[in-house]
Ligand binder design. Structure first.
Ligand SMILES: Cc1cc2nc3c(=O)[nH]c(=O)nc-3n(C[C@H](O)[C@H](O)[C@H](O)COP(=O)(O)O)c2cc1C
Length: 168
């Protein structure tokens, strides 16, 4: 049976978003991919970046998992640049890697965000939801968390627990 993968898109592999991801992973058996450790260039109209880590990564994801959890810090009210680059590169799957793109169809998507504010601005999830819609993926759920004095507060732990339950 296929399972879920968490794509961590923080500029800090051991930062606050990664702490939320570790907490969620204590309750699941999802794998984690840290985009910070990958060499993924921005989208190129001439696809001169085909030899970087994106295509092998997305191929593994569509073959091995049925759910993708995007975990991103909130940077300037939106997803991180690393995460946005990953989304931009999904365009490769619509142009030069169509078979892989087709396999995204029917997969599930969920979003974990981490910010210093406790509330996200309206529209934060729109790019995820619309991308899921465009790609034929099912948008399952999202959760927003934050840390206080380096710890995950009880309210956030509850939200993360509810989020994990909603994925089943
Ligand atoms: C470049 C940058 C921009 C940020 N913009 C926001 C923001 O718009 N809203 C917010 O709530 N927090 C913002 N923050 C705070 C981070 O979202 C917060 O500290 C988060 O927990 C960092 O996660 P990380 O350790 O995985 O990077 C920003 C932080 C950085 C570095």
């Amino acid at each position: 049976m296929k399972k879920g993968v968490i794509i961590l898109g923080s500029s800090n592999s051991k930062g606050e978003t990664s702490q939320l991801v570790s907490y969620i992973n204590g309750q699941t058996d999802f794998d984690i991919v840290d985009l910070k450790t990958k060499n993924i260039a921005e989208f190129d109209y001439e696809f001169k970046n085909q030899e970087d880590d994106f295509l092998p990564l997305i191929k593994t994801i569509v073959e091995s998992y049925d759910t993708i959890l995007f975990a991103t810090p909130v940077y300037w009210y939106t997803m991180s640049g690393i995460m946005k680059t990953f989304f931009d590169r999904i365009s490769d799957c619509l142009k030069i890697e169509k078979e892989t793109g087709r396999k995204l169809r029917g997969m599930n998507m969920a979003v974990i965000s981490c910010g210093s504010d406790h509330i996200l601005k309206e529209g934060f999830h729109m790019p995820f939801k619309e991308s899921a819609n465009y790609l034929g993926m099912n948008y399952l759920a999202d959760v927003h968390g934050w840390l206080e004095d380096g710890e995950i507060p009880t309210t956030v732990k509850q939200k993360l627990g509810d989020f994990v339950t909603s994925l089943n």
